[in-house]
Design a protein around this ligand. Sequence first.
Ligand SMILES: C[S@@+](CC[C@H](N)C(=O)[O-])C[C@H]1O[C@@H](n2cnc3c(N)ncnc32)[C@H](O)[C@@H]1O
Length: 309
Amino acid sequence: MIVREGEFEPVHPLWHKASVTASWLQLSLKATPAALDTIANFLIERGSPGVVLNQEEIQAFFPSLPGASTLKRDIGVFLKGIDEIYPGVVRQRPRWTVLKDKNWNSSWRRFFSPQKVARGFLITPPWIRSNQSGRRKVIVIEPGMAFGTGTHPTTQCCLEFLEEVVHSLKSTRVPALDVGTGSGILAIALAKMGLTKIVALDNDPVAIKVAGGNVRRNRVGRAIELLESEVKQVSGSFAIVVANLTAETIVGLAPAFRKKVSRRGFLILSGILDQSAPEVLSHFVPRPFTLVRQRSVKEWTTLALIKKT
Ligand SMILES: C[S@@+](CC[C@H](N)C(=O)[O-])C[C@H]1O[C@@H](n2cnc3c(N)ncnc32)[C@H](O)[C@@H]1O
């Protein structure tokens, strides 16, 4: 994913492996604005968990894993290729720097600042104590090891829809299920809105560990049960099920989602690229769900559905 200063979201599958490596490679180069997105997309495809664009400069970070010399060579060939087709687009040759863990942390930290999300949340990293929360509920998230820092449009739309759904409930004493909890952000938001029976699951043990840290940081451990599992292993049904996954995963889990949402309950789905939204919807609507909200932000669609029967 491409980010500008101030927003960052690790999205690449390599991210979890990357987060446990001792060192990182930082690539910096300058290019014309027209070429920035093309180059950034290539760098992401080659495994960078995040690429930062700042005017005409690109910084991309890669885990320092075996195979880095192939990576450097491939990127060199790619840049040479586009410079041959469009002479002058690459304004400064790529520079590679090794970042030790310590430097890595400080270099990333500057991209995180407290941010207001939806109507009622302020998401902040633990090293910033914000006194700007006003009436917003503060969610402290340690960025880096799992998806869900609050900057990604899918997470933000889920928070927005969860807020609406919880406000429409008569009682907060209903069970909720967060499928693919990542950093735990959505489950923590539900707890901060007063829900006390939340199951948050992820099939990635790293995410469960990270979510556990964030749950403790936010002092909502009593309300949230964290499970390293798949949705079909969870018993019971839920008044709210939220799942920020991918279209493909959601379609694969559609039978389980249809079962896990209780009657008149809500299903919030995100991580769906706009073009896949009709296909995803066809697995839930017109039966047993009705679509109540649909929102697209930066090519990501989020859906809110209510179960009729
Ligand atoms: C895009 S992240 C969402 C994180 C957070 N819920 C948010 O909205 O920001 C998706 C998470 O789902 C997890 N995941 C993917 N497939 C899954 C599955 N079949 N069952 C459980 N978790 C899954 C991934 O490990 C990842 O942590």
